[in-house]
Design a protein around this ligand. Sequence first.
Ligand code: 2U9
Length: 371
Amino acid sequence: MPYTVPKLTDFSAAALDTAAKELVSALDLESSAVTSENDWKAYRDRWMGRKAGVLTQLNDLWLKIAPREAKREVGQNVNEIKGKVEQTVEATLARIQSGAASSRLLAERVDVTLPGIRRPIGAEHPVIKTMNEIVGVFRNLGYSVEEGPEVETDYYNFEALNFPPNHPARDTQDTLFIAGQDKKPLRDRLLLRTHTSPVQIRTMQKTKPPVRVVCPGKVHRNDAPDATHSPIFHQVEGLAVDTNITFCDLKGTLDHAMKALFGSNVKTRFYPSFFPFTEPSADVQISCIFCDGKGTRDGAPCRNCKASGWIELLGCGMVDPNVYGFVDYDPAKVSGFAFGMGVERIAILKYGVDDIQLFFNGDVRFLEQFG
Ligand code: 2U9
C-alpha cells in the first residue's frame, strides 16, 4: 500500500512523532525504489509537487487543522519533515546520477591487457606475383616493360601482326568484339585484346631498333570457363629486335628464363609450331618439374606430363618480316625474336594449383596462401 498522509486528529507530541516516523520511513522506502531519472521525477513530484505533493498535504491535513495550542509544535514537525523530504529527494537524484555514470564507465571499460584487433593486410594475388616474377627475370636481362590498352583496334590486335582481314588464323583467337561498329573501317573496329602483342607493335612504332621489351597484362578470349580455361587471363610477351638476332639468342634467353623460374635443373626443348606473327615458330617445353623429366614418379606414370617427361609452356619464334612492314622497321637490316606465355599456366605449375578458376573466385582461403 502506498503511503497516504493521514488526517491528524491527535495532536499530542507522541502522536505527532509516530505520524512523522511513518512518513519518513515511507519516504526512504520509496527512495530506494527509484532507479531512473524518470522514476526520480515522479518521486520528487509525489513528495514536493505544489498541488498534491505530500508536503502540501501536510499543510492541509496537519498544520491548518491543528488546534491553536498545538500549532507551534505541529509547525516545527512539518518544517523538520520538509527539510528531510528535500534532502532525501536530492540525495536520491545524486544516487541515480552517480549510478548512471558508473554504469556508463562500466560499459565503456577498456581492458588494455586484451590482444589488439588484427587487421588482415591481404596478400599479393598469385597471378600478379607470378607475373612480376616473370617480368623480373627479363628486367634482369635488360628488358624494359611496356603496357597498353585492353580495348584494342582490329589493326593492332590482328592486321599489324600479320593476320590479314578474313584470314582463318583469326579464328584461333576466339575474339570478343565490341558490338555496333559495322560502319567503321575494319581496322578501326574495337575488340578486347586477345594477346598483349599490340603493345609490342605500339612500342616499335614509337621506338627505333634496338628494342628489348616485355609486355605483361590482361587479355580476353571468348572461352567457356573450366579448370584450364578462363575468358580473362594474363600474358607476358616479349620482343627483342636488333641487328643479327638469331634463333640461338631466342633459345638461350628462354632457356635461362625457364631455369630462373623453375630451377636450374630444368631443361628446355623447342618444338616446331605456327603463329602468324613469327616464322619460324616454336612451342617451348620444359622437362617435367614433377618427375624431373623421367616420365615416372613413385613407380607410376607421371600424370603431370602424361609420362612424356616434358610440359609445354610457351610459344615463341623469329618475328615474321611482314610485321616489320607495319612499324617502319627494315627487315633487311634487323631481325628479332618474340615469345608469349600464359601467366596462370605458369602459376598453376609453380604452385600446384589444379583449377584456374581459383585465381578468379576471390576465395580468401585460397588467396591468403600466397602471402
Ligand atoms: C610481335 C611479334 C611477335 C608473341 C608470341 C607466342 C609466340 C605464343 C601464346 C602463349 C600461351 C599465347 O598465352 S598464350 O595462349 N603465345 O605462343 N606469342 S610468339 O609474338 C609476337 C608478339 C609481338 C610484334
